[in-house]
Design a protein around this ligand. Structure first.
Ligand SMILES: [Zn+2]
Length: 80
């Protein structure tokens, strides 16, 4: 009788330990997945916050002053 109670208590403790250790890992993973989903949804809703890589222009060195600026646009030193 006592052995049966101890066995039941042991099984309950084992289940509790497994549930607790799972509960420790899963919320972090769930939070990470949720954060990723939220950031992806925000990026899809707000494209201006994270501009696409295609919009990034190559910088070219000005032969006169050595300053780097966007290609095809006159350097500030030429305006003066
Ligand atoms: Zn220049």
């Amino acid at each position: 009788m006592i052995l049966k109670v101890l066995l039941t208590a042991g099984v309950i403790a084992l289940v509790w330990f497994v549930a607790r250790s799972r509960g420790r890992i899963d919320p972090i993973k769930a939070a990470r997945d949720a954060a990723r989903a939220v950031s992806e949804a925000q990026a899809a809703r707000n494209p201006s916050r994270s501009p696409p890589p295609a919009k990034i222009e190559d910088l070219v060195k000005c032969p006169k002053c050595g300053a780097y600026g966007p290609q095809g646009r006159p350097c500030g030193c030429e305006k003066a």
